[in-house]
Write a protein of this length. Structure first.
Length: 59
């Protein structure tokens, strides 16, 4: 019963690797997006800091 499910009518060799590749791609996209969002938030926080404190230190 289980082997016939995994075999999927003879196409299991094509179906299961495609599921695996899709799963890995989705994880990679999630991690890349999460990293990019963290980086963007860090840049936004740096951009929101008052620039007059930086200018007054140069005077």
């Amino acid at each position: 019963m289980m082997m016939s499910f995994l075999d999927m009518g003879g196409y299991g060799g094509f179906i299961w690797p495609s599921y695996f590749i899709t799963f890995v791609a989705l994880i990679w996209l999630f991690l890349a997006s999460w990293h990019r969002a963290k980086t963007a938030a860090r840049h936004l926080k740096d951009a929101e800091t008052p620039s007059h404190t930086k200018i007054s230190q140069q005077d």
